[in-house]
Design a binder for this molecule. Sequence first.
Ligand code: IPM
Ligand code: MG
Length: 356
Amino acid sequence: MDIKIAVVPGDGIGPDIVTEAKLVLDKIGEKYGHSFAYTEVLAGGAALDAVGEPLPAKTLEVCKGSDAVLLGAVGGPKWDDLEGSMRPEQALLGLRAGLGLYANLRPAILYKQLIDACPLRADIIGDGLDICVVRELTGGIYFGERGTEELPSGAKAYDTMMYTYPEVKRIAVLAFEIAMKRDKKVMSVDKANILDSSRLWRATVEEVAKDYPEVTLNHMYVDNAAMQLVRDPHQFDVIVTSNMFGDILSDEASMITGSIGMLPSASLGEGSFGLYEPVHGSAPDIAGMDKANPIATILSVAMMLRYTFGLTAEADDIEKAVDNALANDYRTGDIMSEGMKLIGTSEMGKLILESL
Ligand code: IPM
Ligand code: MG
């Protein structure tokens, strides 16, 4: 296959981890006879510094003209004081909306080699964890009307959470489709005891469930879900939820898998196109220091090969290589535990490459 990939290294550790992920793709290309052509583009703080806006039109154009997008991370304290619409994070929202990526898949898997890095008690964790968070990505409060008004008594600010039936339906369908390939359990998370948008969410998910009689559907309020994730994570298989609840719960789910440095994600829309990025942020404190864990980004390219290109053997190969590096006791700082061998970003990338 000839594959065109738009690469957005972004800010902080973004360039460090994207470099390793590209080396992995190149090795896969060599081994299986694919060619990957990369076009590097600017977004986030890097774009603000270079051209004065977080998401230049050219970046969106190059992404649209590619088969898939690989993204590192955006943001950092340097750009924290900018007004909302000029913040680096706007690049992410602009890419998600501009590319129609309404579904964000965040698999939270606890590798058995990392059980010691998991903050939960051994009896809660058992022999591992495998949860898939399906987060709605182009609607809800992230994209609702917002504003700030100056009043005589001081300012007033608001954000609006809004969902339409088609928006909920398409994400629910995807969650059920994913559940059919897993343990056939969907947990829909909302706040239907308070929010109208959640009541629509719940009713729509229930309607979609009728087409999937083999899947068990349950509902949970988001506050309870936050608690149940650490009380008894094994009750979850697929979690489907709104943009903001998914943002919060996926960070929580990632932590119980040992480190946020392990979690890949896929953002998908209609068709096979997708944007792939680690769940973690730009970690500016360790940028360029060869300390970041490249595994989440490397696993993100495995997701890319699987979901966008249908290259299952290649994706399996990468996941096995990651497993191997961990089985041989190599760890970056974020997943380090006693008796393990501490290594840096490039060494971890090299070890994974070598076992491909
Ligand atoms: C994420 C991040 C982003 C989000 C930020 C950086 C805009 O936290 O992908 O989870 O809130 O969606
Ligand atoms: Mg987040």
